[in-house]
Structure formats: structure tokens, C-alpha cells
Design a protein around this ligand. Structure first.
Ligand SMILES: Nc1ncnc2c1ncn2[C@@H]1O[C@H](COP(=O)(O)OP(=O)(O)O)[C@@H](O)[C@H]1O
Ligand SMILES: [Mg+2]
Length: 593
């Protein structure tokens, strides 16, 4: 386990306490040594003067050397100082405290040796006889003998002990004072740092730093506080700019029409925009940061991500078309995937190309249909021309019949080509709707429909159809339309109604208005159309009864043209029909604002 660093408080506190301790010990040692030295000096002074006095007594007294011993024992035995007289040969001849016969030769005692050599000798030594340290002072007399005085140093120990005891007491007191002093000192120093630390901690969460305002705080701490303050301002600016950047990116991503998906090397989905969720059927509450295969359930997409994640440097880009869903819900996506080798992230950009694909298919179908529709009359023309060439031309009756058919087929071809051109013109205008409203005119709908009706009465008569009108509009029913195209649409409806309803049917051109729209409809009493055809009826070349349509000279493009014209006008077309009930085709178109 890692040992944690000591706190600032503890560092200061223990440093001060340590300092007090060291100083205290040094002080005590010093005073004890000093005391000892002073004591020794005083003992030595005392012994020197006693030694001198002893020498004087020895020199001046008339008594014999032998009675000296008993004199010393009598007079000085009980005093603290011991007197010893030693002959130049080292033999002790008098001693105030001990029996001289039991004493050995003192010549080798260090203080005695020194005194013999230089006149004085000093020594501190442990005396085995008395069990304490002694201080010895020896002096050489004129006759070569040595007078030695000594005293035990037990007093020294006593006074050192009592001194130490008082030192300990002093220390306890000083320690107590030092403890509280260093406690408050450490707190005083470490408190602002603690506060700074707490405030700085919040910086990480994006808070702004509040600088210290306390005047008692030291200058360095104030500087530190100011530096942190400045750093926090810079940080905040960075935070804001990063956040703005992120928001912008998020907005761009969410507004994109392409889906964007990103997966990291740990297979976690770390980015998915709302378009991608919608494309891949992911409910928006599934959180990001989970494994992608738990969220994206489509095996085709998973495989693409897997391939990219496998990350061999060859396959860093994938462009693939993927079809998801079936039938009505079928969607076709083009997926551009890229692996970034360094962090190992994988990005997918998903384009919805369903509409594009459908359009492509429709164009292809249309091209096929057109060539087919063109080939039928052409084959027929070619056939009759060949028959004529092969000799039929000589037969006047046959040739007139064949030429009439050829003429009809040519007319049919012409209509077909005209219809195709109309359709492509309307489609072009639809695509360029916004910038091509120049052809629009404001016309009176009532006059417009009456004129159309007038044009159709003859044709209706030809098919023995009763054409009626039922136009009920408020005065001046103005409408913005492209007159040529809009009349083409209504004409196509009237044409169908007249052509397919059979003899004696009634066809009615009707007009009404609602709040903001006009309703123009063509109703017939014809055979009606089975609802199974309703959806496809407006597709190109779709006919209910192909041979009947051909016989009537139809191309199968009429209703498709109507649908596109109506949508170009921003309107709607609705069909209501049942077999045997007749049909109603209804166009609704907005009134001008
Ligand atoms: N009023 C109608 N009554 C019955 N059938 C109709 C009517 N209008 C259209 N149809 C059917 O819809 C088909 C498509 O019409 P349309 O697109 O105008 O092509 P065309 O008239 O050239 O055949 C026609 O072939 C016909 O079968
Ligand atoms: Mg038609």
C-alpha cells in the first residue's frame, strides 16, 4: 500500500515540535556539562588550597612521620577530604581515612606520577575501596614527599540529579506551551492553504475560483490565490469555448440529413446523431457508451463495423449499399465507413438513397415502357408497309384500308410522343418549381371552366355522352394557375370520362369552393374502376384494360400527366370510384393568398 503524504499541518507541527525537542536536549546537555565543569573546578580549587595547607602543616610540624598518620586519622577522619602523605619511593606513610599497612605502593598513581614530575598532579578516578569517583590533587614537597588530598564526587551526582529533575519539569512545561503554540502556528500557516486547496478543487468542475480576501494571509499565499484566480478565468474561457464548439458540433450533427455513427476501439458507440437513430430504428433513450452491437441490431451494419474494427490497414474505407426492412418499410442506405487507425475509432456516414433508387428504377422502367409502347405501332406500320410493297398496293381497296391503319398508328405515335414530352416538361417544371413560377397567371376560374366546357360539347356528342356542367362559385373566383397545363389536366379527365363511360352516360364538370380552396371535379356514370387499381392508376402507362385503352387511342400517360400538373400547382387529386357506380376525379387547388 502506498503511504500517503503527510499533511502540511503535520509537517509544520512536527517540525516545530522537533525543533523545540532538539533545542531542549542541546540546552540541557550544555548546562549539565557546564555545571559539571564548574563543580570540578571548585573541587579542584578547594583541594589545591587544602593540599597547600597540608604541605605547610607537614613542613612546619615537629611531629614524627609515624605520629602523622595517627594525627591525620584523629583530626581529619570525619571530614569530607582525605589526606594522604606519600614518601618519594611511593610508600604511603600517613592517611586520614585508611589503614596505611593495607595500602599498596602509590608511586604508579597518575596524580602521584605527575606531581613527582612537575610538582602538581590532578586526577579523577573511581575508587574501588569507596565505590565512588574521587578527585585527587597531589603536591610535591621540597623533601620529595607527596601530600595528596582527595574528595568523593558523590555530591556532584546528587546535584546533577536534582538539576535534571528540575530540567524535566521545565521541559514538561515548555513542551506543553510549545505544543499549543506550534498547534496554533501550524493551523495559522496551513489554514489558508487548506482553503486554497478546497477552492482549487472546484476548478475541475468548471467553477470559477474565488480569490482569498483575508488581510492576515501571507503575501505568498495571496500571490498563489491570485495566480489561481487568473488560471480559473482562463480555464473558464476555455471551458466556454470548448462547450460552444461542442454545442455547435452537436447542432450540426443533429441537423445533418446523413446519419453519423462512431464506435471506438472498445466497441462502444460513442456518437450517434438523431438521423442515424431514425435510420437504424434506435429509440432515442438508449444511452451512448454501450457496445454498438447491443444498440445497432442490423446485422449488415454490424458486419461493416466489424470489418472496420478488425482494422487491417487494407480495409480502412468501406462504401456499401445496404437494404434494411421489407416491402413498404424498405430503405436503401449507402454507407461510407472509415477506420481511423491510430485511436482505432470507426465512423460511418449513412445516406438514405431510397428515393434516389426508386427514381432510378422508375426511369429504367419508363425507358423500357416507352420503347415497348413505341415499338407496337412501329411494328404494325412496318407490317402494313411491307404488305403494300409485296403487292397489296395494286389492290386499291386493300391499300386504302392499310393506309388508313398506318395513318392511325402514326397518329398514335404522335400522341404518345406528345404525351411523353408533356410529362417530361411538367416534371422539369416540378423540379425547378421555386424559380419558375413565371408562367403562372391569375385567371377567373368560372370563365376558364366554361370555355373548356364549350370546347368539349362536340366531342361528347361524338361519343353520345351527355356532358353537363355544375359550376357554383362566388363572383370573381380568381386562381393562380398555368392555364395551358391546368386546362390539359381537366381536359384529360373529361377525355377519359367521355371515352370510357360508354354511350348515353352522363359526364358532369363540377366546381365548388371551400374556405381556402377550389374544388374541380369530373363525374361520370360509366363502368367505374375497381379500388385495386386506384393506387397505381396514376402511374405511367398503367391502364385497367390495355386493349380497350389502345382501341380508344389512349397512351396510358393521361392520369400520370394530370397528377404531375396538379402537384405542380400545389394541389391534390382524389379518385372515388366503385365498379358499376361511375367515377369522380376531384382536383383541389388553393385560392391565392
Ligand atoms: N373515367 C374513367 N372511367 C373508367 N376507367 C377510367 C376512367 N379514367 C381512366 N380510366 C382507366 O384508367 C386508365 C388510365 O387512364 P389514362 O392514364 O388517362 O390512360 P389512357 O386514357 O391513355 O388509357 C385508362 O386506361 C382506363 O382504363
Ligand atoms: Mg386518358
Amino acid at each position: 500500500m502506498k503511504k500517503s503524504n503527510p499533511s502540511f499541518f503535520a509537517q509544520i507541527f512536527f517540525s516545530i515540535m522537533g525543533l523545540i525537542l532538539v533545542l531542549g536536549v542541546l540546552f540541557s546537555l550544555n548546562s549539565i556539562i557546564h555545571l559539571r565543569r564548574m563543580y570540578f573546578a571548585s573541587v579542584r580549587r578547594e583541594l589545591v588550597s587544602t593540599s597547600e595547607a597540608f604541605s605547610r602543616i607537614y613542613k612546619e610540624s615537629e611531629i614524627s612521620l609515624f605520629s602523622m598518620d595517627s594525627l591525620l586519622k584523629k583530626q581529619y577522619h570525619d571530614g569530607g577530604i582525605r589526606y594522604t602523605l606519600i614518601q618519594p619511593d611511593g610508600q604511603v606513610i600517613a592517611d586520614s581515612h585508611n589503614d596505611i599497612d593495607a595500602m599498596d605502593n602509590h608511586k604508579t598513581r597518575p596524580e602521584v606520577r605527575h606531581a613527582f614530575a612537575s610538582g602538581w598532579g590532578y586526577e579523577v578516578r573511581f575508587s574501588a575501596t569507596e565505590g565512588v569517583h574521587h578527585k585527587y590533587v597531589a603536591r610535591r614537597n621540597n623533601d620529595g614527599s607527596i601530600t595528596r588530598t582527595s574528595r568523593p564526587l558523590d555530591q556532584l551526582l546528587d546535584s546533577l540529579w536534582s538539576y535534571t529533575a528540575s530540567l524535566i519539569l521545565l521541559f514538561l512545561f515548555l513542551g506543553g506551551v510549545g505544543l499549543s503554540l506550534s498547534f496554533f502556528l501550524s493551523r495559522w500557516i496551513s489554514r489558508p492553504i487548506e482553503i486554497l486547496k478546497n477552492r482549487a478543487e472546484k476548478l475541475g468542475e468548471g467553477d470559477v475560483f474565488t480569490p482569498l480576501a483575508d488581510r492576515r494571509v501571507s503575501r505568498e499565499i495571496m500571490d498563489l490565490s491570485r495566480i489561481l484566480d487568473r488560471a480559473s478565468q482562463t480555464l473558464k474561457k476555455r471551458f466556454t469555448s470548448v462547450r460552444t464548439h461542442k454545442d455547435r458540433l452537436r447542432t450540426i450533427l443533429s441537423e445533418m440529413i446523413e446519419g453519423v455513427v462512431a464506435v471506438n476501439a472498445e466497441r462502444e458507440l460513442f456518437l450517434i446523431n438523431s438521423r442515424a437513430r431514425q435510420m437504424l430504428d434506435i429509440s432515442s433513450d438508449t444511452s451512448q457508451g454501450r457496445e454498438y452491437y447491443k444498440i445497432i441490431r442490423h446485422i449488415e451494419i454490424q458486419q461493416i463495423i466489424d470489418t472496420l474494427l478488425a482494422g487491417d490497414s487494407v480495409q480502412t474505407m468501406i462504401h456499401e449499399e445496404v437494404t434494411l426492412g421489407r416491402g413498404e418499410n424498405e430503405r436503401i442506405y449507402r454507407i461510407n465507413g472509415k477506420a481511423l487507425l491510430d485511436p482505432g475509432d470507426v465512423f460511418l456516414v449513412i445516406h438514405d438513397i431510397t428515393a434516389l433508387k426508386r427514381l432510378e428504377n422508375m426511369r429504367r422502367d419508363f425507358a423500357g415502357n416507352v420503347s415497348h409502347e413505341l415499338r407496337t405501332p412501329l411494328t404494325s406500320i412496318k407490317g402494313f408497309v411491307e404488305t403494300l410493297k409485296d403487292g397489296a398496293i395494286t389492290d386499291p381497296v386493300q391499300s386504302v384500308r392499310f393506309l388508313t391503319i398506318i395513318d392511325e398508328e402514326v397518329r398514335r405515335l404522335n400522341t404518345l410522343i406528345e404525351d411523353i414530352l408533356t410529362l417530361s416538361r411538367v416534371e422539369q417544371q416540378e423540379e425547378a418549381l421555386s424559380d419558375n413560377s413565371a408562367d403562372t397567371e391569375r385567371v377567373n376560374l368560372c370563365d376558364f371552366l366554361n370555355e373548356l366546357y364549350g370546347l368539349y360539347t362536340d366531342r361528347a356528342k361524338k361519343y353520345s355522352v351527355d356532358l353537363r356542367k355544375d359550376i357554383h362559385l362566388a363572383p370573381d373566383p380568381l386562381v393562380d394557375i398555368r392555364p395551358g397545363l391546368f386546362s390539359l389536366a381537366v381536359k384529360n379527365l373529361l377525355d377519359n370520362a367521355v371515352k370510357y363511360s360508354g354511350e348515353n352516360a352522363v359526364v358532369t364538370l363540377r366546381a365548388r369552393e371551400r374556405q381556402d380552396e377550389y374544388i374541380v371535379s369530373v363525374q361520370d356514370t360509366g363502368p367505374g374502376i375497381d379500388p385495386v387499381h386506384h393506387d397505381r392508376l396514376f402511374e405511367r402507362f398503367y391502364r385497367v384494360d390495355k386493349s380497350r385503352s389502345r382501341h380508344m387511342g389512349g397512351t396510358g400517360l393521361g392520369l400520370s400527366i394530370v397528377k404531375h400538373i396538379v402537384s405542380l400547382h400545389g394541389g391534390k387529386i382524389i379518385l372515388e370510384s366503385e365498379p358499376g357506380q361511375g367515377s369522380i376525379f376531384t382536383i383541389t387547388i388553393h385560392k391565392p393568398l
